[in-house]
Design a protein around this ligand. Structure first.
Ligand code: ZN
Length: 220
C-alpha cells in the first residue's frame, strides 16, 4: 500500500482526513506532519502530536515555522486582534496568507525525503469563507508546481474538497469515528477542544454542520 503524508492540525478537517487515510491504507502507511506557526494556542500542536501517537501512525513530525508570525499579521496568529471580518474584506481576518502553499511545499520536501508521493490535506471549499488557498484550482496548481519543483510524482489529495461540514460529519460517522472527532479534535478559536466555546465562528460552523448531519440521520 502506498504511503501518504497527512498535514495534520488536530482539527476536525484534518483529523477526518487522517482517520480516512488510516482506514484506507492502514496506520503503518500513514505519516503525519504538524506545523507550529505561532498559533494562538500551542495546545493545538500538543493535541495533534498526542492524537497522531494514539492513532498509531508510522511517524509524526512537528515542524516549527515560528518566523511566520514575524512576516504576516492575522487574527489566528497574533494574540490581540479580535477574530472577525474586516469591512470590505473578502475573507475573515483569520486567513493566513500563503499558509496552505507553505505547508504543502514544506510537507512535500519532507515527503520526498521519506520516499512518499502522496500528500493529504484537509482543505474544503464548500463551507469555507472564501479562503483562496482552499479552492480546487489552488490545490491542482500546487500539485503541478511541486512536481515541477522537485521532479517527483507528487499527488496532492484533498478528500474533503467538495464536502460540506455536514457531509464531513457523515464521513466521520461512516468511519465509526463520529464521537472521536467530536470530542477529541480542536477547531475552536478559543482553544477549547471538543464542542469548544460554542460562540466563535469556527465553533458555530462546526456545530451547525453537526446539527444538520444529526438531523438528516434522524430523518433517515
Ligand atoms: Zn469556539
Amino acid at each position: 500500500m502506498e504511503a501518504t503524508l497527512v498535514i495534520f492540525s488536530g482539527g476536525q478537517d484534518s483529523t477526518t482526513c487522517l482517520l480516512q487515510a488510516i482506514a484506507e491504507r492502514g496506520a503503518e502507511n500513514i505519516h503525519t506532519v504538524t506545523f507550529a506557526y505561532g498559533q494562538r494556542h500551542k495546545l493545538e500542536v500538543e493535541l495533534a502530536e498526542g492524537l497522531a501517537k494514539e492513532l498509531g501512525v508510522a511517524s509524526h513530525k512537528t515542524i516549527a515555522v515560528d518566523w511566520y508570525k514575524d512576516i504576516t499579521h492575522n487574527a489566528l496568529m497574533d494574540t490581540v486582534t479580535p477574530i472577525g471580518r474586516t469591512a470590505g474584506a473578502t475573507c475573515p481576518n483569520t486567513f493566513v496568507d500563503g499558509r496552505n502553499a507553505l505547508f504543502l511545499l514544506t510537507a512535500a520536501i519532507y515527503a520526498k525525503g521519506l520516499g512518499i508521493h502522496d500528500l493529504t490535506i484537509g482543505v474544503s471549499e464548500a463551507d469555507y469563507s472564501g479562503y483562496p488557498d482552499c479552492r480546487e484550482a489552488f490545490v491542482k496548481s500546487m500539485e503541478q508546481t511541486l512536481r515541477l519543483a522537485m521532479d517527483w510524482p507528487f499527488r496532492v489529495l484533498a478528500p474533503l474538497q467538495h464536502l460540506t461540514k455536514a457531509q464531513e460529519w457523515a464521513l466521520a460517522d461512516r468511519l465509526g469515528r463520529l464521537d472521536f472527532v467530536r470530542t477529541r479534535t480542536l477547531t475552536c478559536y478559543e482553544g477549547i477542544p471538543g464542542d469548544g466555546c460554542g460562540t466563535c465562528p469556527a465553533c458555530k460552523l462546526r456545530a451547525a454542520g453537526l446539527a444538520e448531519y444529526l438531523g438528516s440521520r434522524g430523518r433517515a
